[in-house]
Design a protein around this ligand. Structure first.
Ligand code: HEM
Length: 392
């Protein structure tokens, strides 16, 4: 008897699900594919790897809020399917109550007073980066602001030397398998160097590491959490800034509105988050048989929450869900996830994006494309390789 005997067949839409996970589609524009998924196959099985794709806002939210039936311990990205970790590699790979213990310790390092204490220094970094952009001359948003700022800020948070951000950026990029232009020896060398630096830092460094030790984390846990913060906060914020500025260049009227009314900055940052959704999708694994929107999921099934699709769902955001609107209200986007694992660095990312937008709109009345942006071919991170702009 087949293992599927007596079970409902899983709904499939092979071409559509293949497109949603295709790196070439991700690089050009995945949103038409997400729209079709939401309309035609909102909860659908993709055979290779075996995983459910969930694309509507309400269904993504239902998965995201239910850590009991949708677990993070089976991995958070599809390449982890089938891996059996001897112990969770990061806080993201745990469920409550283990997650709650780690999260409480990390949250201390991101308490409002600590983030506020970084504000002046971040403002200084933003001013010098934005101040170097010459009016009327094309620049690459990535190299000018989006890449240097987040890694510099994380070095500040961790109390590591921020002047060395270029080498920290390379080291942090090399941690992500498949990302960057590294050959495997170089990647291994950078990983080893970073591990040595962060292990030493976890033992006796200041900043977040000191907070974690005070909260009772041992050296290994502190190392893992510091490493995770470095990786989780770097590429995400970079792509929020790059993608957000690119979105503004495509909507000059929205830029002018913020120039004329700086009070729109906080709402505009939320719209940058919704519109770009830097983390496209993360995975959960069912701990039991579950009915999701009338579809039968089986125990042990991997489930992909397509945050990037949920954030363009007209069912939640209305008919203009594909339009960039700086004062969208309400704007309950899921770019930082939802519930127990809600991004612990959200306040820091919002602060950075707000300061960049404030500095740029106060200097430049207009922002335009100086060429087509080039996106990276990833179905996990909505990345950018090149965002040529001109400000005046
Ligand atoms: C625009 C920037 C950012 C975006 C879009 C983003 C997105 C996310 C998302 C979607 C999650 C949820 C993961 C899940 O549900 O499994 C998450 C968690 C997390 N983020 Fe961020 N993030 C950003 C910036 C940052 C920054 C600046 C930091 C730290 C400096 C950071 C550190 C973390 C950590 C440690 C977690 C794990 C939280 C947990 O498992 O409880 N993120 N982030």
């Amino acid at each position: 008897m087949s293992p599927d005997a007596g079970q409902e067949p899983r709904p499939t839409a092979p071409r559509l699900t293949a497109a949603a996970l295709d790196e070439d589609v991700a690089r050009s524009d995945p949103h038409p594919t997400y729209a079709r998924l939401r309309d035609e196959a909102p909860v659908v099985w993709h055979e290779d790897p075996g995983i459910w794709l969930v694309s509507r806002y309400d269904d993504v939210l239902a998965v995201n809020r239910d850590t009991r039936r949708f677990s993070s311990t089976g991995g958070v990205i599809p390449i982890e399917i089938g891996i059996d970790y001897p112990s969770p590699p990061t806080m993201m790979h745990t469920d409550p109550p283990e997650h709650t213990r780690l999260r409480r310790a990390v949250a201390r390092g991101f308490r409002p007073s600590r983030i506020a204490s970084l504000e002046q220094r971040i403002r200084g970094h933003v001013d010098s980066l934005v101040g170097a952009i010459a009016p009327g001359e094309p620049f690459d948003a990535l190299e000018a602001v989006a890449a240097p700022l987040p890694i510099t800020v994380i070095c500040e948070l961790l109390d590591l030397p921020s002047a060395d951000w270029e080498s920290m950026r390379r080291a942090s990029d090399a941690v992500i398998p498949g990302a960057g232009d590294f050959d495997e020896d170089e990647r291994a060398g950078l990983n080893a160097q970073l591990e040595e630096l962060l292990r030493a830092h976890a033992r006796d460094g200041g900043g977040l590491a000191a907070d974690l030790r005070e909260a009772g984390m041992d050296a290994e846990e502190t190392y893992i959490l510091v490493n995770q913060v470095l990786v989780a906060g770097n590429e995400t914020t970079r792509n929020l800034l790059a993608g957000g500025l690119s979105a503004f260049a495509g909507a000059p009227d929205q830029w002018r509105r913020v120039v004329e009314d700086p009070g729109l900055v906080p709402g505009a940052v939320e719209e940058m988050l919704r519109f770009t959704t830097p983390v496209v999708s993360f995975m959960r694994t069912t701990t039991t048989d579950v009915d999701l929107a009338g579809v039968a999921l089986r125990r042990g099934d991997p489930v992909l929450m397509l945050w990037a699709s949920a954030n363009r769902d007209p069912g939640e955001f209305g008919d203009d869900a594909d339009t960039f609107v700086v004062d969208r209200h309400p704007n309950h986007h899921l770019a930082f996830g939802f519930g127990a694992h809600f991004c612990v660095g959200a306040a820091l990312a919002r602060l950075e994006a707000g300061l960049v937008l404030e500095a740029m709109t106060s200097r430049f009345g207009g922002l335009e494309e100086a060429g087509p942006p080039r996106r990276s071919p990833s179905t996990v991170i909505a990345g950018y390789e090149h965002v040529p702009l001109v400000a005046h």
